[in-house]
Design a protein around this ligand. Structure first.
Ligand code: SF4
Ligand code: SF4
Length: 440
């Protein structure tokens, strides 16, 4: 069993039935209201199958591609902006969206394998997405950053564009029209009236069900007459400077680096040739489309009661992160594939990584109470539990966070840091060097 740092600091764990019922109601209303996202509206036909055929999962290659973009999004966001402005959730007319960076105007960040030189070559879907975010925030312009990944020795490259929208009213109307069309398709379980996607038939996971050969192409969300796009070389130069002055992976730390510090220490020792993968569960949850009950639960926490969920920035020297709070209590959403409920008193020993993370989050926010929403994904009937967790001696928890971070920041021998849970070593690139589990 994995070593638990936080178990001695747990004052008590209570199952919170009131909140569980509240979230269950929230899940029901989420399902009824079908909260539609900006991404759904870009290619609604493909989104229809994503919603209605959750059993069809993207191929491993596609997941890998999505994840590589995700890692870059995180690093780039950290490099050019601050926690306060990255990943901003917005809502408009029952449509939700997540803006990559939103300081003065929305910024949409795209990772691609090809880079447009001429502004007109930017994919229409990029403009659609940015235009919708500008509409949702009432801004007449936004920025589009396109990054071409390094590939077989080809150097990575970056382009910045400024996009002005002449009139956001037609965009508003088209968003609402598509929302209604999409909602109707979900209700009738029939995608017939949804237009064909932009990338028609290319490697689509839903090709065999779609019948898109007969589907009409549909109108553009944002016609060419409504926007103007210009390359912004001044911003490219300024950002290149900021990126170069920002320490890479070795300069900044995340909340999970406190929970799995030894692995973080190895990652920070890596040479450029070694691959860095961001494989935190949060990243997966955040960036792969959420489906099924887990998705509804996530949305119920996030959007169920307006204003109840907040994403609070936290910082400890070089560590930056965000803590999700529900009704001002740090709240962690996790899922497990175990087939029986875990006895609540044994949870801190059986799942120490949940509790270590929650303890650090609570210590950083100065809250002596945290909350764990645990979804038992393999159990029938969508079982989940809400646990209220009381912590004691938060200064000692904070001192341990500080100790781990100091060791990480000073490049200490990874063996001075606690080992990760044994299950992690199977997939760990560092297991040969580390001897996982030998040292606590
Ligand atoms: S098969 Fe074509 S139209 Fe159908 S969902 Fe896939 S990309 Fe869209
Ligand atoms: S081998 Fe185990 S302890 Fe070592 S870094 Fe990997 S997962 Fe962590």
């Amino acid at each position: 069993m994995a070593e638990s740092f936080s178990a001695p600091f747990v004052r008590g764990i209570d199952a919170n039935r009131t909140l569980k019922d509240e979230l269950t109601a929230g899940v029901r209303s989420q399902s009824a209201r079908r909260r539609i996202s900006v991404t759904d509206l870009v290619n609604p036909r493909q989104a229809f199958f994503r919603w209605t055929r959750p059993e069809i999962q993207p191929s491993p290659e596609r997941i890998q591609m999505m994840m590589s973009g995700t890692g870059f999004h995180n690093l780039f966001g950290q490099a050019i902006s601050t926690e306060e402005f990255v990943e901003q959730f917005v809502e408009f007319e029952g449509i939700v969206g997540k803006i990559d960076i939103y300081e003065d105007v929305p910024v949409e960040l795209k990772t691609t394998s090809t880079l447009p030189d001429a502004p007109g070559a930017a994919r229409p879907s990029y403009i659609d997405q940015l235009g919708m975010y500008c509409t949702m925030t009432g801004r007449g312009s936004g920025r589009l950053f396109i990054y071409r990944r390094e590939y077989f020795g080809r150097t990575p490259e970056f382009r910045a564009f400024r996009v002005e929208f002449r009139d956001i009213e037609p965009i508003k109307s088209e968003m609402v029209r598509r929302r209604d069309l999409f909602q109707q398709a979900l209700e009738t379980k029939d995608p017939e009236r949804l237009p064909r996607c932009e990338w028609f038939e290319r490697n689509c996971d839903y090709l065999q069900f779609c019948g898109c050969a007969d589907a009409e192409l549909g109108t553009r969300m944002i016609p060419a007459t409504v926007f103007q796009i210009e390359r912004d070389t001044a911003v490219e130069t300024a950002l290149a400077g900021r990126m170069n002055n920002t320490p890479g992976r070795s300069g900044g730390f995340r909340l999970n680096d406190l929970v799995f510090p030894r692995k973080a220490a190895y990652e920070h020792q890596q040479t450029d040739e070694e691959e860095v993968k961001d494989e935190t569960f949060e990243t997966r949850l955040r960036d792969i489309e959420r489906e099924g009950f887990r998705g509804q639960l996530y949305k119920a926490v996030r959007f169920g009661i307006p204003g109840a969920f907040k994403n609070m920035p936290v910082k400890l020297r070089s560590l930056t992160g965000r803590v999700g709070t529900y009704k001002d209590v740090p709240t962690l959403l996790r899922s497990t594939r175990v087939t029986k409920f875990i006895d609540r008193d044994r949870l801190p020993e059986e799942r120490p990584w949940y509790f270590d993370r929650l303890a650090f989050e609570c210590a950083l926010l100065g809250s002596d109470r945290g909350r764990l929403v645990l979804y038992y994904e393999t159990m029938p009937d969508d079982k989940f539990m809400v646990y209220d967790v009381g912590f004691k001696d938060l200064p000692a928890v904070l001192a341990e966070a500080d100790r781990r971070l100091t060791l990480l920041e000073t490049g200490a021998d990874p063996h001075l840091l606690p080992a990760c849970p044994p299950w992690m070593s199977k997939m760990c690139n560092f297991k040969d060097r580390c001897g996982c589990g030998d040292v606590a």
